[in-house]
Design a protein around this ligand. Sequence first.
Ligand SMILES: *Cc1c(COP(=O)(O)O)cnc(C)c1O
Length: 422
Amino acid sequence: MAAIVEELISIRPKPSDGWNVERIRKDFPVLRQTVNGKPLVYLDNAASSQVPVMVIERGAQYIEQEHSNIHRGVHYLSMRATTAYEGAREKVKRFINARDVKECIFVRGATEGVNLVMHGYGRKFIGEGDEIIISALEHHANIVPWQMLCEERGAKLRVIPMNDAGELLMDEYQALLNERTKFVAVTHVSNALGSVVPVRDVIESAHKYGAPVLIDGAQWAPHARIDVQDLDCDFYTFSGHKIFAPTGSGVVYGKADLLEKMNPFQGGGDMIKSVTFEKTIYADLPNKFEAGTPAIASQIGLGAAIDYLNIIGREKAAAYEHQLLSYATERISALEGVRIIGTAREKLGVLSFTIDGVHPHDIGTILDQQGIAVRAGHHCAQPVMKRFNLPATARASFAFYNTTEEIDQLINAIEKVIEVFV
Ligand SMILES: *Cc1c(COP(=O)(O)O)cnc(C)c1O
C-alpha cells in the first residue's frame, strides 16, 4: 500500500506537465480487458466510475489485516479499523471543506443521503401547507423522497422548470419562492443532461426566505471542487461509487446546528449514548446518524479515493475532462441524424443523444457489441425525458481516464448504428 502511494506521488504531475492519460489508465485494472472481442471502452462513468488500484488495495488491506467492527472493541483490530474509518471521515471533511468532521455523515450513497435529510429534517420541520422546491432536472433520488414527505405531511412539491437547452429558469424559481417555502433540494449537475445548476444563486435566494437547501452533488463531486462553506449550502450529498470508490460508500454533509436539531434517521446500535426501555439518549454527531455497522471497507476506500484524486491533481483532471466533453460534443454534433439532448452553456461529464429512427436501447446494444459501454434509458430521470418528449436517450459519460481515441471509437460505432438502422 505504502509503495503504491509512494510510486503515485513520485509520478505526480508537475504544474507544467500535460495530462498523461496512458499513465493514469494503468491505475485502473478494470480497463485492461476486452468485451465482445474488443478493448473495453468505458463511457458509463455517470452511473458508476472505476476504482484505482490504490483504493482496491486499501479496501483489501482492511479485509486482510484490520477486519473488525468499529467504535466498539477495545482490542487492537477494532482500534485500527476505527482509526481508518474515522481517518476517511477526516479526508472527506477536507475534501468538501466542512467546518468539522461531525458534519460529515457516512451513508450508502446519495439516495440514502437525501432520505436521511427527508426523514431527519423534513419529517420534523415540514407540515401541512408548507412547500418544498425541487427542479425539473432531478434524479429520482431527489424527487421521490420529497413526494413521500409531501404525501405524508400535506405539503406541496413545486418544481423549477427548464428551457429546451436543459437550463433551469431562474426567474421562475424566484417566483416560486415565498413564505411557505420550507425546503429547497436541487441537483448540482444533471445526470441525464450534464447541465450545471447555478446552485450558489439557488442557495442565496432560498436563504432570504429562511429555507434550508440540499444539493445533490452525485454528478459534481467526480469532476470539480466542493466547498460547502463557500457555497453556504445546508446539506450536500454524493456517492462514493461515482468518485472512484466502491459501492456502499457516500456522504451527506449537514450544518452542525441543523443536524443537532434533526431526528435520527434509523435507530439501532452505535447511534445511542444509553438505552433503557423507558428512554434512549442519542449519540452525539456524527454517530447519531450512523445506526448499525456501516460499509467500513467501502468508506475507507472512499478516503483512499480522495487521496488518489489529490495525488493525480484534481484541476488537471477537470481540465482534461472538459476537453474530452468538448471533443465528443463537436464530433457527435457533426453526425447527420444524431441529436444532442441537453445543450446548456455550462455542462459537466455527460453527453446524452438520440439517433433519428433508432431506439436508444438498440444504440446501447450495438455499442456493447463493439465493447463500448454507454447507458441507454431514462437515467432515473423520467421527468427530464418527458420534458423532451423522449422515452430514453443514449448517454456517454466521461472520466479522466477516457481518451480521445475512445471517443473516435464511439463515433465510428454510432456511424455503424446509423448504417444498420437508418
Ligand atoms: C446517481 C445519482 C443519484 C443516486 O445515487 P446512488 O449512488 O444511486 O444512491 C442521485 N442523484 C444524482 C444526480 C445521481 O447521478
